[in-house]
Design a protein around this ligand. Structure first.
Ligand code: DTR
Ligand code: CA
Ligand code: ZN
Ligand code: ZN
Length: 320
């Protein structure tokens, strides 16, 4: 018996519904397939770790030429700012050096905007550029500064045109209690703060006995990083010692979603952690934390590479 098309359609719909309800038919999750109007986010490029290490070499040379450090109020810090600004200006960023005072000395924040994107949705990534006075501060925090710089340069090389507006920042005087980032956030109107969709912080991401810690302050940002490392087969832990311990706190305290990565400071790696990360149990994550030996020799290249690539992945993903 030939059924009319409407009856055939109704029967098929009923049958499908019955099969789904009974669990015999599982429909794929309704995911919006990429369209010409809303293409899937392009994958981030690899960040060449050699390029990140070249920046670390420059920061080491700057410290050596300026009394052995890049600390707030010392010539090595302003020389570090000038180095990064030159790279960013040449790459087409709109840069701004913002002065502030901390402890009676002049400090500087460097902010670099990538032209384009929705200025009402600003994705920020940052790192503190100052060292302590006792050394060149290559892991703390040349590592975060150089990785964020190289990611910004990759944005320029790729001529990325994301939906959101991208802003990169390097903070002064973090070692004096987050003075630079707090000055920056305090300078923003509530309207401008509300435009910041997220702030990603990178402070010590190349520790020589590295852990892989992900900030857990914002679940959505945390997931981007955790999924990335899961894709590499690298286990992660949530970062638990950082509350208030780096520049993300300045943004978190203003109600801005934050996230970030960390490879550990003076705390000791446990046996369980050494098992999963291949490190040395009973040793600090960074035995040169806040010491003169925090030089370019105080970096684990694999950790620096993985974290640099994770930063690029998060920028590409969270700005689309
Ligand atoms: N205060 C940072 C080092 C530091 C210690 N714990 C965390 C957690 C998350 C990021 C950084 C840190 C410094 O000495 O610069
Ligand atoms: Ca890489
Ligand atoms: Zn420090
Ligand atoms: Zn630091």
């Amino acid at each position: 018996m030939k059924l009319s098309a409407p009856i055939r359609t109704s029967l098929l719909t009923l049958t499908t519904a019955a099969l789904v309800t009974s669990g015999l038919l599982v429909m794929p999750a309704a995911t919006a397939a990429p369209t010409p109007e809303q293409p899937a986010a392009a994958a981030a490029p690899d960040i060449p770790v050699a390029d990140v290490q070249a920046h670390l070499g420059e920061l080491q040379s700057i410290a050596e030429a300026n009394g052995g450090n890049r600390a707030h109020g010392r010539p090595g810090y302003k020389a570090s700012i000038d180095y990064l600004k030159g790279k960013l200006d040449a790459a087409g960023f709109t840069t701004s050096v913002k002065e502030f005072t901390s402890g009676g000395a002049t400090g500087y924040n460097l902010v670099a905007d990538w032209p384009g994107g929705d200025e009402n949705q600003v994705l920020m990534a940052g790192a503190h550029l100052d060292s302590v006075a006792s050394g060149p501060g290559i892991n703390d925090n040349g590592s975060g500064s150089a990785a964020v710089l190289e990611t910004a340069l990759a944005v320029s090389r790729e001529q990325l045109a994301p939906a959101k507006h991208l802003r990169f920042a390097w903070w002064g005087a973090e070692e004096r209690g987050l003075a630079g980032s707090r000055t920056y956030v305090n300078s923003l109107s509530q309207t401008d703060r509300s435009k910041i969709s997220g702030y990603l912080n990178f402070d010590m991401i190349g520790s020589p006995n590295p852990g892989y810690f992900v900030y857990d302050d914002d679940p959505a940002i945390e997931k981007v990083f955790k999924d990335y490392f899961a894709g590499l087969g690298v286990p992660t832990e949530i970062e638990t010692e950082g509350d208030g311990r780096s520049d993300h706190a300045s943004f978190l305290d203003a109600g801005i979603p934050v996230g970030g990565l960390f490879t550990g400071a003076g705390n000791t790696m446990s046996g369980e952690q050494a098992q999963k990360w291949g490190g040395t149990a009973g040793e600090p994550f960074d035995r040169c934390y806040h010491s003169a030996c925090d030089t370019t020799e105080n970096i684990d290249e694999t950790a620096l590479d993985r974290n640099s690539d994770a930063i690029a992945h998060a920028i590409w993903e969270l700005s689309s």
